[in-house]
Ligand binder design. Structure first.
Ligand SMILES: [Zn+2]
Ligand SMILES: [Zn+2]
Length: 252
């Protein structure tokens, strides 16, 4: 396998717009930045409604009016949904699932202390394993948090079996050594099980989109196999999109 030396990226699938009130750029500004910096695929993934700073359900229902391409960049209509419970329930309102899922083209799922009270390692593991049963879920986001410890081996194995992705979140790596060390352990498990990963910025301002150097450094340091990084190659990225479309029964 090739190592990640010299790796470059073509997609950033975890970014926020000012629809999340602690983010500060418009989707047009985000897309323009991508267009100038070689990012061809952009995930617009504002917070699900359980978070205090989230947009209303109207935001998600109305995403359909956005064009597929902005400034030549393919914009995926997405969400960073909150995992609310051990059963893997997300903050997509009951009765609105079909509306959301017919519009959403990308679903990151996260545990946040604001919407999931940290519990035991066993409960966090169960929650992740349950959320993977939802066929619309694409990525487990920023799972390195020390507050939400889980069984890395079991969850990365399940991700490989279900064909889902583990995120390496640049914002979190930048928080320091503890997060970076935890990512190393998660990535070891990903390599062991052949679990694919995606590097994402979690940008809350446009200049942070695609700024993946801390993740690149980490992947190079541990010689993580590039074949498992889906957003460092257009072929791998679009291959995943095709898989996703098949999984959710979407005709393309
Ligand atoms: Zn988050
Ligand atoms: Zn985020």
């Amino acid at each position: 396998m090739n190592s990640t030396a010299g790796i470059s990226f073509i997609a950033d699938m975890h970014t926020h717009t000012l629809a999340s009130t602690h983010a500060y750029s418009t989707i047009t500004e985000n897309a323009a930045w991508c267009s100038e910096h070689g990012i061809k695929y952009l995930g617009m993934t504002d917070h699900g409604i359980a978070m205090q700073d989230s947009p209303d359900t109207w935001h998600f229902e109305n995403l359909r009016i956005l064009p597929e391409y902005l400034k030549g960049v393919r914009v995926f209509k997405g969400i960073e949904a909150d995992i609310l419970s051990v059963s893997g329930e997300l903050d997509i309102p009951r009765g609105m699932e079909s509306v959301y899922y017919s519009i959403l083209e990308w679903v990151n799922v996260s545990m946040h202390v604001q919407t999931f009270a940290p519990s035991s390692k066993r409960d966090h593991t169960k929650a992740y394993l349950n959320v993977l049963k939802n066929r619309f879920v694409d990525v487990i986001s920023h799972s390195e948090s020390p507050k939400f410890d889980y069984d890395y081996d079991a969850v990365t194995k399940a991700c490989a079996e279900y064909g889902r992705l583990i995120e390496v979140n640049v914002c979190r790596i930048e928080r320091g050594e503890i997060q970076t060390e935890r990512y190393k352990r998660i990535l070891e498990c990903c390599e062991k099980h052949g679990t694919r990963i995606i590097v994402s910025s979690d940008a809350h301002f446009y200049t942070h989109i695609g700024a993946f150097d801390p993740a690149k450094k980490l992947l190079e340091e541990i010689e993580f196999p590039e074949e498992l990084v889906i957003n460092s190659s257009e072929e791998r990225f679009l291959g995943y999109i095709n898989e996703r479309n098949e999984r959710i029964g979407k005709n393309v």
